[in-house]
Design a protein around this ligand. Structure first.
Ligand SMILES: Nc1ncnc2c1ncn2[C@@H]1O[C@H](COP(=O)(O)OP(=O)(O)OP(=O)(O)O)[C@@H](O)[C@H]1O
Ligand SMILES: O=P(O)(O)OC[C@H]1O[C@H](OP(=O)(O)OP(=O)(O)O)[C@H](O)[C@@H]1O
Ligand SMILES: [Mg+2]
Length: 280
């Protein structure tokens, strides 16, 4: 039985369960449950703190896990990213009191408050910098105002929490995070192939739509250049002489522009349908 770690709480918890549900797996119905067995798919899910998930997977006690890229880096354990799940997106950034300093080169020698000391230490080592890292559990934005640190390094999504605390970001993000599927480094993951294919199917279904339209046969090359599909578009004859019907998967972002361009080219009966799932 495949054993998989899922966040039990926090930002990643609900969307992690949702992507698994969309991929056909059973998920807990009571948020207090800590284990859910899916006998039909031969998978067992363990609900754990997102921060602990890399530890269980890195030690080999669980086969796979869903966690944040920043949490994986922070843990420093031998687990690798197997699939980007495309939710829980955030950056990890330096933030300082407005007007204090502006360049990330100036962090050497300063006191840095963070809940992610592993990410910060990795950056300092890579940039040959020394600084005091003050490890906190959360609400890190308060640390500067309370005198514990000169700057912070934290997760930034909308930036609203920083603004409220009178802080501004400096420099480039230390990393860009999102939810990822992880497995122990160097382990044979062939038993996870079906789960990964199912998750990839959900991701494609979320990111693509099916576009269908009718177009004059002499405009087909122009039309299919706009809608090349993933492999190749399906072209079928129409009863109407000189016209064909085309079907192709197109990225959801940009579909309105594609429809406009097809219409301007002369295509008609342009229809968009959601894809609920797929295997490519
Ligand atoms: N707005 C956000 N705030 C915090 N974490 C976020 C946010 N958006 C995405 N994430 C990601 O969620 C993971 C942190 O989840 P975690 O459950 O530890 O913290 P949380 O969602 O802030 O919950 P809590 O602080 O209540 O425990 C990280 O991978 C982080 O990048
Ligand atoms: O850029 P924003 O959209 O404001 O989101 C980022 C903030 O949200 C999280 O805090 P959370 O509320 O989880 O509290 P915590 O610091 O105790 O984890 C995170 O640690 C940042 O503080
Ligand atoms: Mg938090």
């Amino acid at each position: 039985m495949l054993r998989i770690a899922i966040p039990n709480k926090g930002t990643l918890s609900q969307p992690a369960s949702q992507i698994l549900r969309d991929a056909g797996y059973r998920q807990r119905t009571d948020p207090k449950d800590l284990i859910c067995r899916d006998e039909a798919n031969n998978v067992e899910f363990f609900y754990l703190r997102p921060r602990d998930i890399a530890t269980y997977v890195g030690s080999g006690d669980l086969d796979l896990g869903i966690t944040g890229r920043d949490l994986l880096v922070d843990s420093g354990v031998p687990a690798t990213e197997m699939l980007d799940l495309n939710f829980g997106g955030a950056t990890f950034r330096w933030a300082v009191p407005t007007g204090s300093f502006t360049s990330a080169d100036e962090i050497g020698g300063k006191r840095i408050a963070t809940a992610y000391p592993g990410v910060v230490q990795r950056y300092l080592a890579e940039h040959d910098l020394k600084a005091d890292v003050v490890r906190l559990d959360g609400a890190v934005e308060n640390a500067v105002r309370l005198g514990v640190a000169d700057l912070i390094a934290d997760v930034v999504e909308t930036g609203a929490t920083l603004r409220q605390a009178g802080l501004v970001t400096i420099g480039d993000p230390l990393l860009r995070s999102s939810a990822i599927l992880i497995g122990r480094a160097g382990r044979d993951h062939s038993g996870a192939a079906q789960l990964i294919r199912r998750l990839q199917g959900v991701l494609v279904a979320r990111n693509y739509v099916m576009l269908a339209y009718d177009v004059r046969a002499d405009l087909l090359d122009h039309a299919t250049a706009l809608t090349p599909g993933i492999e190749s578009p399906t072209v079928s004859p129409l009863h109407r002489e000189g016209w064909v019907a085309v079907e192709a998967m197109v990225p959801r972002t940009g579909m309105h522009r594609t429809m406009d361009e097809l219409y301007e080219l002369g295509a008609r009966a342009i229809l968009v349908t959601d894809i609920s799932n797929c295997r490519l």
